[in-house]
Design a protein around this ligand. Structure first.
Ligand SMILES: *[C@@H]1O[C@H](CO)[C@@H](O)[C@H](O)[C@H]1NC(C)=O
Ligand SMILES: *[C@@H]1O[C@H](CO)[C@@H](O)[C@H](O)[C@H]1NC(C)=O
Ligand SMILES: *[C@@H]1O[C@H](CO)[C@@H](O)[C@H](O)[C@H]1NC(C)=O
Ligand SMILES: *[C@@H]1O[C@H](CO)[C@@H](O)[C@H](O)[C@H]1NC(C)=O
Ligand SMILES: *[C@@H]1O[C@H](CO)[C@@H](O)[C@H](O)[C@H]1NC(C)=O
Ligand SMILES: *[C@@H]1O[C@H](CO)[C@@H](O)[C@H](O)[C@H]1NC(C)=O
Ligand SMILES: *[C@@H]1O[C@H](CO)[C@@H](O)[C@H](O)[C@H]1NC(C)=O
Ligand SMILES: *[C@@H]1O[C@H](CO)[C@@H](O)[C@H](O)[C@H]1NC(C)=O
Ligand SMILES: *[C@@H]1O[C@H](CO)[C@@H](O)[C@H](O)[C@H]1NC(C)=O
Length: 833
């Protein structure tokens, strides 16, 4: 079996090194290498409003005119007896063998003359050489930039109108100058043979790979760039050179996964990843070797999952940002694990992590009951192997001495109990959520690298079933037949890029594996999804009670028009084992994109005219699923042309009623009307990094006060806002996280932001004055075993309305708090533990 980058091998090597000789621990990076960007409360910045791609968007499609799929398309499959697709050692990666030139290739249907636009690009076809010679920057840049029609994707308006999937075969690509990645692009190395992007000895520039696309405006709106299965190498440069291997100040929808960064050891100048600003939610499965600093972070909020740091001076340094989760991070022979002495990071949780043969684990600037109360820390389930201290303050005083393992240790605001200066707790974890070593289970996105082409079905080349993906045809009947057959045959289903409109529910049966090119889109349309009194799933994964496999990756789920009765993604199925049911790197968008009329029709401040979806994601009571890097976005602006602002009311974000086991790893949910997350009688939930924003048109002066224009419905566990006065607009605002009853709930790093109050006209410069809303989160129904570590809020009076302690921002400051904004910051909430 040809494997992906072997982190396990590195672990084994590291363990071997421990037994044999103790490697020399590099010195921590000198702090002068940092450029601090503390939380500054500047809030939202103006995105660039793109006019759309050159030539405009093809607006000829009116969803209500799309005829229903023909009724004579039926599922003809006979159930095969198979236990899953068959692995092998394929000679090349399946996706390169797909036909990328014929009719069954990906098309971007919402640009005019769409058939001339290449979605798929192999850098070798653009003149790149993978033999380590020359300078390949221009050729790779050309593969990223071209629109195939003489134009350049470097301008704005191409996030969803001109999506691209850029493939980089194995080999070494030498770069003399910086490579600029683009939005709307999956850049994918061959997972069987990851390519090396290598700085030439004569490389000139401050950054080798730049993931931030300035065409969007600020890093906070640099959406939809994925970089996977690559090795970035700066070892040809002197260790003293100041260079960043990867600039990753990017936003939601972005994916960084299965990336290895190699830098010289004992370096004073190399930085692996500079997350300078931005608002991304997940950085996963990264190995960083050498360098002065492995990761330098000031992004608003991130789940850093499975990061292996080896021989770094300082593994991770925060110069800003509000809440960060380091999950299953390893510091192997690093000078310093985490540096929280330079800027003002809000809070940090170090979870399920390991320090091997390294210096101090965390060095931090102490906060106390006076001052900014930043750099608050939770350390939970740490394994530690030497006599160096675990937590040391900036004056060099040890606050947590060496010990083999730590259950839970906190420094910062806690409820109940108030500010804690180094307190130990126990956290009683539910075994259903853990792997064999007692860590919370995680799983990386599938690459299907071990499957040959004959294990795949391309939905656009199934004999007898016409599938268009053109944004203008109801593909539901053919797709339902193909998915049923593929599951019965144990095949993996490949969606070339396209907009697959479904006017009836798309059913994803047990045994399904779905993977998209460039975030292929399934988009609901039509009357089936318009009845608010009878909401229906657009995509339904399994039936209640089903047990089996369902994997979804690199897809996007959307609505082609306002659909008040649409449950965009409903998961009913449970896995037999953790990870059997999973959704990775697959956003749900409601408005803002090329394929929906919402970008032109939703401008009325009375949002009853644009009730765009009922629920974005519903994890029903029978489900058990793993979600990683899933972003639910109700648009606040149009990414690819349309009206200058957009005013949308989408009812509910993610509703979790599951009880068996649910894992939410690096997810976000923004601008949903009643709540962004609702755990309603849910049990056994791990949620690591939940990012939310309240709808911009709620609060004082809102045209409609929640729940209006929706009706709170107990069938769906809706919060009814009965605790608010009838006309109280600051109280009748979306809840970031609503928890009602349930038990064994483990929340880490909730990032809950409010910026504006209604009406919404697209003016990002005018934020609400004072606080935008009263309550940010809410707990009711006395849940059992609720543990919540790392709560960060912006501009709400109360962090958590719970009827008990009701922690307030004034008593739990930090994070966004500054002279001009208010913020709440709390490391431990154990009111119901
Ligand atoms: C469905 O009917 C149409 C005409 O009504 C025909 O052209 C088409 O081949 C039929 N499709 C199938 C799968 O039978
Ligand atoms: C791709 O499909 C087209 C027809 O759709 C065909 O002409 C071409 O030969 C195919 N290419 C490969 C590599 O199979
Ligand atoms: C616009 O989209 C329609 C419907 O998909 C298609 O028939 C037409 O060819 C497209 N127009 C152009 C100029 O591409
Ligand atoms: C974008 O592309 C245009 C046309 O090729 C070129 O003139 C311009 O310099 C490019 N800008 C950037 C920032 O790459
Ligand atoms: C990180 O990126 C930001 C934005 O480009 C830049 O200002 C800063 O200098 C970078 N940090 C380093 C150490 O290069
Ligand atoms: C831990 O949680 C389990 C339920 O998952 C419960 O039965 C047990 O009593 C708890 N233990 C402690 C010490 O709270
Ligand atoms: C933790 O990371 C290591 C490598 O750093 C990996 O081997 C292991 O599978 C990860 N564990 C979990 C629970 O993700
Ligand atoms: C609540 O939802 C159920 C099921 O969709 C529906 O039948 C009922 O009418 C709804 N109730 C209200 C008050 O909207
Ligand atoms: C509400 O609107 C009134 C009238 O336009 C304005 O004076 C006031 O400042 C607004 N309040 C807020 C909180 O925006």
């Amino acid at each position: 079996m040809r494997s992906t980058l072997s982190i396990a091998a590195l672990v084994a090597a590291a363990t071997g090194a421990l037994i044999n000789i103790r490697d020399e621990i590099p010195s921590p990076a000198p702090t002068s290498a940092y450029s601090p960007t503390p939380p500054d409360g500047t809030g939202k910045s103006q995105p660039i409003f793109p006019a759309g791609p050159p030539g405009g968007l093809n607006d000829s499609v009116v969803p209500s005119d799309i005829p229903d799929a023909p009724k004579n398309i039926t599922t003809k499959f006979t159930a095969a007896s198979c236990s899953g697709p068959v692995t092998s050692s394929p000679s090349s990666y399946w996706m390169t063998q797909m036909n990328h030139t014929g009719d069954a290739r990906g098309y971007a249907p919402f640009i005019n003359d769409y058939y001339t636009f290449p979605v798929w690009r192999n850098v070798l076809d653009y003149g790149a050489e993978n033999d380590g010679t020359g300078d390949q920057a221009a050729a790779i840049q050309s593969a990223l930039n071209t629109d195939g029609r003489g134009g350049n994707r470097n301008s704005s308006g191409v996030v969803t109108a001109e999506p691209a999937h850029v493939f980089i075969p194995g080999g070494t690509y030498t770069l003399n100058t910086q490579l600029d990645l683009r939005m709307g692009t999956i850049i994918m190395g061959d997972p069987q043979d990851p390519p090396i992007l290598k700085a030439a000895a004569g490389f000139s520039g401050a950054t080798l790979i730049n993931g931030y696309d300035s065409a969007a405006g600020q890093p906070e709106t640099s959406f939809f760039t994925a970089l996977r299965n690559v090795i970035i190498d700066t070892t040809a440069l002197d260790g003293a050179t100041s260079v960043v291997a990867l600039q990753w100040g990017v936003a939601q929808g972005c994916v960084l996964g299965n990336v290895q960064i190699n830098m010289p050891s004992n370096s004073a100048g190399h930085i692996g990843i500079n997350l300078s600003g931005g608002s991304t939610i997940a950085v996963t499965d990264v190995q960083i070797t050498g360098g002065a600093i492995g990761i330098q972070n000031s992004n608003q909020q991130v789940n850093f999952k499975n990061i292996y740091f080896k021989n770094c001076g300082t593994a991770y340094g925060a110069t800003g940002g509000y809440t960060s989760l380091l999950q299953n991070v390893t510091f192997d022979t690093c000078g310093l694990g985490v540096d929280l002495t330079v800027g003002s990071a809000g809070n940090l949780v170090m979870l399920d992590s390991t320090s091997i043969n390294s210096g101090t684990t965390v060095s931090f600037t102490e906060s106390g009951t006076s001052g900014g109360r930043n750099n608050q820390i939770t350390i939970q389930n740490l394994k530690h192997d030497n006599s160096n201290p675990i937590a040391v303050n900036s004056a060099g005083v040890t606050r947590l001495a060496s010990t083999d393992s730590v259950d839970t240790w906190v420094w910062g605001n806690a409820v109940p109990g108030g500010f804690q200066s180094g307190t130990s707790y126990t956290t009683n974890r539910s075994s259903s959520l853990l792997d064999s070593s007692g860590n919370f289970f995680t799983a990386d996105a599938p690459t299907y690298a071990d499957y040959a082409l004959d294990q795949f079905v391309n939905v656009k080349s199934v004999s007898g079933y016409q599938v268009n993906g053109d944004g203008a045809t109801d593909d539901s009947a053919s797709l339902n037949a193909i998915l049923a057959q593929a599951a019965a045959d144990c095949k993996i289903v490949y969606f070339p890029y396209g907009v697959y409109v479904v006017k009836s529910t798309l059913f994803v049966p047990a045994g399904s594996r779905l993977v998209g090119e460039a975030w292929a889109v399934i988009s609901g349309a039509g009357s089936t999804f318009k009845n608010v009194d009878s909401p229906q799933p657009v995509v339904k994964v399994g039936n209640s009670g089903d047990v089996g496999v369902a994997h979804i990756s690199d897809m996007r789920f959307s609505v082609s028009e306002p659909l008040p009765g649409a449950i965009i993604l409903q998961i009913n199925i449970a896995g037999a084992s953790p990870g059997d049911v999973g959704v990775w790197n697959s956003p749900i968008t409601i408005g803002g994109t090329a394929e929906t009329t919402i970008r032109t029709v939703c401008t009325d401040q009375d949002t009853s005219s644009c009730m765009a979806a009922f629920i974005a994601v519903h994890l029903t009571s029978s489900s058990s699923a793993y979600l990683q890097n899933v972003w639910i976005w109700v648009a606040d602006h149009n990414m690819d042309g349309g009206s200058a602002y957009t005013v949308i009311s989408a009812g509910r974000g993610l509703l979790c009623e599951a009880t068996k086991a649910t894992w939410l790893v690096g997810t976000g949910s923004e601008h949903n009307w009643l709540y962004n997350y609702n755990f309603n009688s849910a049990s056994n939930v791990f949620a690591g990094l939940l990012q939310t924003e309240s709808p911009y048109m709620q609060g004082d002066n809102a045209t409609l006060l929640a729940p209006a224009p929706w009706v709170a419905n107990s069938t769906y566990g809706d919060p009814d806002f009965s605790w608010c006065g009838g006309g109280d607009g600051r109280c009748r605002t979306s809840l970031s996280v609503n928890i009602n009853g349930g038990d064994n709930l483990y929340l880490y790093n909730t990032a809950s932001w409010a910026f504006f109050n209604g009406p919404w006209t697209g003016d990002y410069g005018t934020q609400c004055s004072g606080n935008c809303q009263v309550n940010m989160n809410r707990v009711s129904g006395t849940p059992g075993n609720l543990y919540w570590y790392g709560t960060s809020t912006k501009s709400a009076d109360i962090l958590i309305l719970d009827g008990e302690s009701n922690p307030a921002e004034v008593n739990n400051p930090g994070g966004w708090g500054s002279a001009t904004t208010t913020g709440g910051n709390m490391v431990a909430y154990r009111q119901f533990s």
